[in-house]
Design a protein around this ligand. Structure first.
Ligand SMILES: NC(=O)c1ccc[n+]([C@@H]2O[C@H](COP(=O)([O-])OP(=O)(O)OC[C@H]3O[C@@H](n4cnc5c(N)ncnc54)[C@H](O)[C@@H]3O)[C@@H](O)[C@H]2O)c1
Length: 438
């Protein structure tokens, strides 16, 4: 099948590459010329495990190409995916200007029946708006399908190739058949293709992300309570996670959720609810808890340094919003850095993948180390903000040698409290009993 993907960011590049991998002819379109040039020259633009190999192979075999020209990219395409940004507008609702702008442009150049697919996360009613935007100029037949994407950055290829489920919102039999054929190779092991109407599909994506964000904020509240009551959140997590109704995943407390999806999607669902006169109360709490949680380590750090961080120097391990990605959108580490700099401290950092992106926004305000141990040199304490695997079993002797004081503030609960206490560290983490923290 000939497929076009408009928008070649995280979702677009993974979508395009994975559809090429199953033998389709895929053309990816983006307005960012530098990005398209890089991709056309065989250089991958994001860090995503497993993606580069597929990207290079499919490009080499002529199934995956890149262009800035929309008309050229969509030529002969049976399906056009829209994988465009839907950032929060000023009032928190999803800004549809990219999606509707491209829909209008498509209306001017479509020539035959095409299935247009919203892969972006979009509010309920967007499929109808896209339909109307295309129809302003195109009077031929076409369908608009909602096919929200559930991939997780860091395991995006695996999620895309072997999805738990594929949600497809359409009431058109013709579009349904096209989508069924396209996704057949991805659901061979029996995971479902779930067909529904467009509005339900759009809301399914927001409900999924909001539920997961709720789970995280819930555990972060349990962690807060643990600190006050002298309980251990790791034990609670194991105690409740083994109940099938609750499940083991997404029960890890930390310094809040970030990334390009949860913060904006929770906010957008609250806003959409508001617009129809519904106050989605639980999500207001989820957002408020998350805002506080991002800076949960700060009072602990201030307390340790007797309220004065001026002139102190901190090493931060981890900048990406989660491991195995270079994505720093809404990353808790950035909030911690801002707070430390505002308090007069200095910061050196290490992240295996995300440093170029952080340098792009913070420049020389902080320093960037060659490796995790170099970041420690002369620091008064170590702060851990992302749970990259390589931080889990570090060389503690090198940590002691690098740091001026044996103090670790761990936002991801990487170390065993007892073991690290025995090494003589002042160690504070999230929701693990005050009694065992010193
Ligand atoms: N990143 C994720 O993990 C993830 C997961 C599921 C869903 N989503 C949703 O998918 C959508 C895309 O997210 P993303 O993370 O891939 O965004 P992104 O910012 O990484 O990529 C968007 C791309 O669209 C391009 N673009 C903007 N305007 C364009 C235009 N007029 N024509 C062509 N290209 C244009 C940009 O240059 C950019 O490369 C969002 O709605 C997001 O909420 C993201």
């Amino acid at each position: 099948m000939k497929i076009a993907v408009v928008g070649t960011g995280y979702v677009g590049l993974v979508t395009g590459t994975c559809f090429a991998e199953t033998g389709n002819q895929v053309s990816c379109i983006d307005i960012d010329k530098a990005k398209v040039d890089k991709l056309s020259n065989g250089q991958i633009t994001i860090y995503e495990p497993g993606l580069e190999k597929l990207f290079l192979r499919n490009q080499k075999e002529g199934r995956l190409s890149f262009t800035t020209n929309l008309a050229e990219g969509i030529k002969d395409a049976v399906i056009i995916f829209l994988a465009l940004p839907t950032p929060p507008g000023e009032d928190g609702s999803a800004d549809l200007k990219y999606v509707l702008g491209v829909a209008r442009d498509l209306g001017k150049i479509l020539t035959s029946y095409t299935v247009l697919v919203d892969k972006s996360t979009v509010p309920v009613g967007t499929a109808e708006k896209v339909h109307a935007a295309v129809a302003e100029n195109y009077k031929g037949e076409f369908d608009v399908v909602s096919n929200p994407e559930f991939l997780r950055e860091g395991v995006a290829v695996e999620d895309f190739m072997k999805p738990d489920r594929v949600v497809i919102g359409t009431q058109s039999e013709r579009a349904r058949n096209v989508m069924k054929e396209l996704y057949a190779p991805f659901v061979r092991s029996g995971n479902p293709l779930i067909f529904m109407d467009e509005r339900s599909a759009e809301l399914t994506k927001y409900a999924a992300n909001s539920f997961l964000a709720t789970k995280i904020s819930f555990m972060n509240e349990v962690a807060q309570l643990c600190e006050k009551l002298g309980a251990d959140v790791d034990m609670i997590r194991r105690g409740i996670g083994s109940d099938e109704r609750i499940g083991k995943r997404f029960l890890f407390p930390g310094i809040g959720y970030g990334g390009s999806c949860f913060p904006k999607d929770v906010q957008a669902l609250v806003k959409s609810s508001h617009e129809v006169g519904y106050d989605f109360q639980i999500l207001n709490a989820v957002m408020e808890i998350n805002e506080k949680q991002k800076l949960h380590l700060l009072p602990k750090i201030k307390n340790y340094f007797k309220g004065d961080l001026k002139g102190k120097h901190f090493a931060i391990w981890g900048l990406a919003f989660k491991p195995n990605t270079d994505d720093i959108r809404e990353a808790p580490a950035l909030y911690i850095i801002d707070a430390l700099l505002a308090a007069g401290a200095t910061v050196s950092t290490f992240d295996p993948e995300a440093m170029p992106n952080v340098r792009g926004i913070l420049g020389d305000k902080i320093t960037y180390a060659e490796n995790q141990y170099d970041a420690l040199t002369g620091a008064d304490a170590l702060i851990i903000a992302t749970e990259w695997n390589e931080f889990r079993q570090p060389d503690f002797l090198r940590i002691v040698t690098g740091l001026k004081q044996k103090a670790i503030f761990d936002g991801r609960n990487l170390f065993d409290v007892e073991a690290i206490k025995n090494l003589g560290f002042h160690y504070e983490s999230i929701g693990r009993t005050a009694a065992t923290q010193n």
